[in-house]
Design a binder for this molecule. Structure first.
Ligand SMILES: [Zn+2]
Length: 419
């Protein structure tokens, strides 16, 4: 078992060299857009298209601007973009079939910005690591103006150590601009770290070093830390008996509030509207109070045990969680964004690392064998792996997968600063 992480290093480039890197990105992305037109015209947005078949179709376009190896890498970038697009469509991240947003996405080819990242392989990029400095070295890199040699790189020593030992596959070149528009070049490499090495490695890269938080409907927050999960479920979960302030079950209260709201809305009289307003204020105070207590408890526990916190990236949470009708109203009335915000600022205040992970497949991946399938989750509450038979509460599996994804998300967010 290995864990995939990404490692970033910054390149030290002279003005002339930066110009070459930038025009390389522009040229490669023009070629990528041309190949993308071809891919789209051949149905790549709807069905699988292999890198090889795209290569065949786009060859004439690409050979006008790029030599053999860069053109191959550009095609693979385009093919990968379409398989991501198809996955996003499948997961409903652009809305339901037939929705406006989705139709707009499906109607035109994937477009690459002129400065979009470009993949490199060992033929176009080579590394020379410094034997004495654990954070530095040089690279030699292909550009449209010829090969640039002895370009210095610098990164965080822990990340560079992983880069030296376990770099795998392609590396992306990307250029970021600061507030004043000044460009800095980065290389983003993928490393395959053996699980055993992670345990001995820097604390923050160990999945055990993270508390994963799954935000759900029945249970507002479930953590990968089992005792903490049990405590939170007992206080704020669907079966909670001792809710905050002796109010009883949180979910029962949410349901009651919802019913009352519907009744008042139907009535529509002036006094009903006034009452509705008062109720909704009271309800949002209650939600804020619960969110404060939950976030406070999670951050305190992470801090006490020296771990980071990982939560889902909330973009698209509604698409991800497909709800049965009666749950829909209670879910949308709960402030998940607020809980995330409370977690973020309390973690920042206490110096606890906060990672935001892509929620894709966190409810579908088996934490025992890795098998990922929609059918692993027969209902909202159950997880049952169709490959190995592993059975667990679905929210706990979600929280575990979020913790599992944390190291990579964290590595991506800890870019060496351009300063
Ligand atoms: Zn399994």
């Amino acid at each position: 078992m290995a864990v995939k992480l990404t490692v970033q290093v910054r390149l030290g480039t002279a003005t002339e060299q930066m110009r070459s890197l930038l025009s390389t990105l522009v040229t490669c992305n023009q070629a990528a857009n041309a190949a993308s037109q071809v891919a789209f015209a051949n149905g790549a947005a709807r069905r699988h298209m292999s890198m090889r078949s795209l290569q065949k179709l786009a060859y004439d376009e690409l050979k006008l601007t790029l030599s053999a190896q860069p053109s191959l890498l550009t095609t693979s970038k385009v093919a990968a973009a379409y398989s991501t697009l198809r996955a996003n469509l499948r997961e409903g991240r652009y809305g339901k079939p037939g929705s406006k947003r989705r139709a707009r996405v499906e109607a035109k080819p994937v477009r690459f910005r002129s400065d979009a990242a470009q993949p490199y392989d060992d033929r176009c990029l080579s590394w020379q690591h410094s034997p004495t400095d654990p954070a530095r070295g040089t690279v030699s890199i292909w550009t449209v103006d010829g090969r640039l040699k002895d370009i210095a790189y610098v990164g965080q020593p822990g990340q560079v150590a992983m880069l030296r030992s376990w770099r795998q596959g392609e590396t992306d070149l990307l250029v970021r601009r600061d507030g004043a528009g000044a460009p800095t070049a980065f290389l983003v490499a993928t490393v395959d770290v053996p699980a055993g090495a992670l345990a001995d490695g820097p604390h923050l890269f160990s999945p055990e070093g993270w508390v994963g938080v799954d935000m759900g409907i029945e249970n507002i927050a479930v953590t990968s830390d089992r005792p903490l999960a049990k405590e939170l479920m007992g206080r704020f979960g669907a079966d909670a008996t001792d809710g905050p302030g002796g109010e009883g079950k949180v979910s029962a209260r949410r349901k009651k509030n919802h019913q009352l709201r519907e009744k008042l809305q139907k009535k529509g009289t002036k006094s009903a509207k006034r009452l509705l307003k008062r109720r909704s204020r009271k309800e949002s105070r209650f939600a804020a109070d619960v969110n404060h207590q939950i976030s406070k408890r999670i951050v305190a526990e992470a801090k006490r045990t020296g771990r980071g916190i990982a939560r889902e990236d909330l973009t698209g949470i509604r698409e991800r969680v497909r709800l049965r009708k009666p749950q829909r109203a209670t879910h949308s009335s709960w402030a998940f964004a607020q809980l995330a915000e409370f977690l973020d600022y309390k973690a920042a205040r206490e110096g606890v690392p906060m990672a935001e992970v892509d929620p894709a497949n966190t409810s579908r991946r088996c934490t025992r064998c890795g098998h990922t399938e929609k059918g692993n989750r027969p209902s909202q509450a159950e997880f049952c792996c169709r490959a190995c038979g592993f059975v667990e509460h679905a929210d706990l599996v979600g929280a575990d997968n979020i913790a599992y994804k944390a190291p990579q998300a964290w590595a991506q967010s800890t870019v060496p600063s351009a300063a």
